[in-house]
Design a protein around this ligand. Structure first.
Ligand SMILES: *Cc1c(COP(=O)(O)O)cnc(C)c1O
Length: 368
């Protein structure tokens, strides 16, 4: 221990947990259905444990995670709501999945048989949902095979199918396909003799929840919109911003006209320029692909353009027209004033990826 006082972080993400709870209850009200809070990938970079704890007081049907490792983190954090595994499991993961009392989705008969054997050995039956591939092509039974699969699994002693779910590949891109997909899913569910035994029927992600209606589902699985972002990019919404990515101006310098800014000298100043160097870069997850795609940051109530390429640890802002800006000033990279959708669009990617790219160097700071 050096005994030196700890400095505040160079870049940090403020996470507003009351906005998260607001978004969760808005998802409930809008859909009129139960909600699985999708918290995979560290709750989309917001922090798995803190996010799950913040939502634990809400009426959560499930937490949705991608794999057993994430389920283990929730268990270790003392979260006791049911945890649903959104994707197929590997054989060596299934014993732990059963021990953690996860609800897996079944993708093949092989998976169902193996889970049955593990659950029998463990002495308690396993609840699982049947995954149906209605167009995603990532996992699950094809619709035509669902009735037989349900029959075959019903004959197993220790696996009970308590739900049925499918996933939408294009709800934010192709409404014609998605309407047909909803209809096909509903028609399948309506045709199942064992429909009454299925406690949970689910299809919608965020875009499905916002844009479509089902005749049969009673559970929705939003991720992105819990974090305050609409998959349709229309941030006017009733959802509140949860994460604000921030940094500080480290130094401000004057450089002459014709001076190169950042790697590759892709930008040359056209006038004497007051350059503010900000302590964040792609090493923090601020996308390098924003470089020269007119990214802006928010400082002292105004949008300010960045110059040249995003480097690993620093970016440069043009402060020439903002003489009031000073070293140490806070900078918003995205948040209430710079929508994350705008950053994603300029970076040639999607908000899901921007969120999940924020690295551990960025300290998450939670407000209740
Ligand atoms: C990630 C995921 C979701 C959540 O998707 P969003 O678009 O973030 O709402 C829902 N269902 C499944 C199966 C997923 O993998």
């Amino acid at each position: 221990m050096s005994g030196a006082p700890e400095s505040s972080p160079r870049s940090w993400a403020e996470v507003d947990l009351s906005a998260l709870r607001h978004n969760f209850s808005t998802a409930r009200e809008l859909s009129g259905q139960q909600v699985m809070a999708v918290v995979k990938a560290g709750a989309y970079g917001h922090g798995l444990e803190a996010t799950a704890r913040a939502l634990a007081s809400e009426e959560i049907a499930f937490f949705g995670v991608a794999n057993v490792g994430e389920a283990r983190c929730l268990s270790e954090a003392g979260v006791d709501s049911p945890v649903y595994l959104l994707g197929a499991t590997l054989p060596e993961e299934r014993t732990e999945a059963v021990a953690l009392r996860c609800v897996p989705c079944l993708n093949t008969m092989e998976e169902a048989h193996h889970f049955d054997q593990i659950a029998r050995d463990s002495g308690s039956p396993l609840r699982a949902h049947l995954a149906v591939d209605t167009g995603m092509g990532r996992g699950g039974f094809l619709p035509a095979d669902v009735p037989a699969a349900l029959e075959a699994i019903r004959a197993l002693s220790s696996v009970r199918v308590t739900g049925l779910g499918s996933h939408l590949p294009a709800a934010d891109e192709d409404s014609e396909f998605t309407h047909a997909q909803f209809n096909a899913f509903d028609t399948l569910v309506e045709s199942l003799p064992s429909r009454g035994e299925l406690e949970f029927i689910h299809l919608a992600n965020s875009a499905g929840l916002l844009g479509y209606r089902s005749r049969t589902t009673n559970l929705v699985r939003p991720g992105l919109l819990l974090y305050g972002v609409s998959p349709f990019g229309d941030e006017k919404t009733i959802f509140r911003t949860v994460m604000t990515l921030k940094s500080r101006i480290a130094v401000i310098r004057e450089v002459p006209a014709g001076h190169g800014i950042s790697y590759g000298r892709t930008f040359l100043t056209t006038r004497p320029t007051r350059v503010g160097t900000i302590g964040i870069g792609y090493g923090d997850g601020y996308p390098r692909s924003l470089s020269n795609n007119s990214p802006e940051v928010f400082i002292r109530g105004r949008r300010v353009p960045l110059l040249g390429r995003v480097t690993m640890d620093q970016v440069m802002a043009d402060l020439t027209d903002h003489p009031g800006c000073l070293p140490g000033d806070e900078v918003e990279l995205f948040g209430p004033n710079i929508p994350v959708s705008e950053i994603a669009h300029k970076a040639g990617t999607i908000p899901w990826e921007v969120f999940t790219s924020i690295t551990p160097r960025v300290q998450r700071i939670y407000s209740k």
